[in-house]
Write a protein that binds this ligand. Structure first.
Ligand code: ZN
Length: 255
């Protein structure tokens, strides 16, 4: 059993990522799982990909990672996000793109943890933000604990295994928990959980600090952490790269 660092949505923000990797180093974790969107939006996609490939034990691909090589992806992105994808593509080597192509979109770890970017449901790319979307996601995997990112908002969804049937989870039975930083949330057996650590590189819950979590499979707890980093440096790098300025400015508000 293990203490696992859980990270997601780095989005090319190497200053945030390095601060979180340093914090993970102090957090006594044995493994790190990354839930995708390593690139897109931020000024350091190649560096973030290199760091993720070096330090993460599981890496699943996110929609921004996929957009780098998917020629139809522009239909799913707003103009600012798409401008960042086109810029990102030019920053990556063929080897980098190949690494993204080879990443899976769903992995089950040796500790029986299901990892996906948006939802483990194979036919959905929902933002799991409420009981309804969580019910669909919770019925689509079979391990006790699932991990997702994509929303950039830390959250835990839980449902009793007594009410779960194959492919069905009643919406009214889903509990939504907004974890507080440094307060472990207990994950007692007998339930199925879907946990989201928030975003390393572009938080959207009005807290601009980088967001990440530790899943302790012995103690059965999920603990959110927030880490300060040099946001102004990322804003300067975003400007210097010629990326849309809003992509830097939004980091100050955590939106
Ligand atoms: Zn994302």
């Amino acid at each position: 059993m293990a203490r696992i660092g859980v990270i997601s949505d780095i989005h090319g923000n190497a200053n945030a990522f390095m601060a979180v990797l340093n914090a993970l180093g102090r957090a006594d974790v044995e493994e790190i799982y990354c839930l995708g969107d390593i690139v897109g939006y931020g000024p350091s996609p190649a560096r973030c990909l290199e760091l993720a490939m070096t330090y993460c034990d599981i890496l699943v691909r996110g929609n921004h990672d996929e957009a780098v090589f998917d020629e139809w992806a522009h239909r799913k992105f707003n103009p600012i996000a798409w401008a960042a994808i086109e810029w990102t593509r030019n920053q990556l080597s063929d080897r980098d793109v190949d690494a993204l192509v080879r990443m899976k979109t769903l992995e089950v770890s040796k500790h029986d943890i299901t990892c996906a970017h948006d939802t483990p449901h194979p036919e959905s790319s929902a933002y799991v933000l409420d009981a309804e979307t969580a019910a669909e996601a919770l019925s689509s995997f079979s391990t006790s604990i699932g991990l997702v990112g994509h929303t950039h908002i830390p959250r835990i969804f839980a449902v009793s295994e007594d009410v779960l049937a194959e492919d069905f989870c009643p919406v009214e039975a889903v509990k939504c928990i907004s974890p507080e930083p440094e307060h472990p949330v207990a994950l007692p057996r007998g339930h199925r959980y879907l946990c989201n650590p928030g975003a390393v590189g572009q938080p959207r819950d009005s807290d601009p600090r980088a967001s990440w979590a530790v899943l302790d499979t012995d103690a059965r707890t999920f603990t959110l952490h927030r880490t300060e980093y040099d946001i102004n440096q990322t804003i300067l790098e975003t400007q210097a790269a010629g990326l849309p300025p809003v992509l830097g400015q939004r980091l100050l508000q955590g939106l």
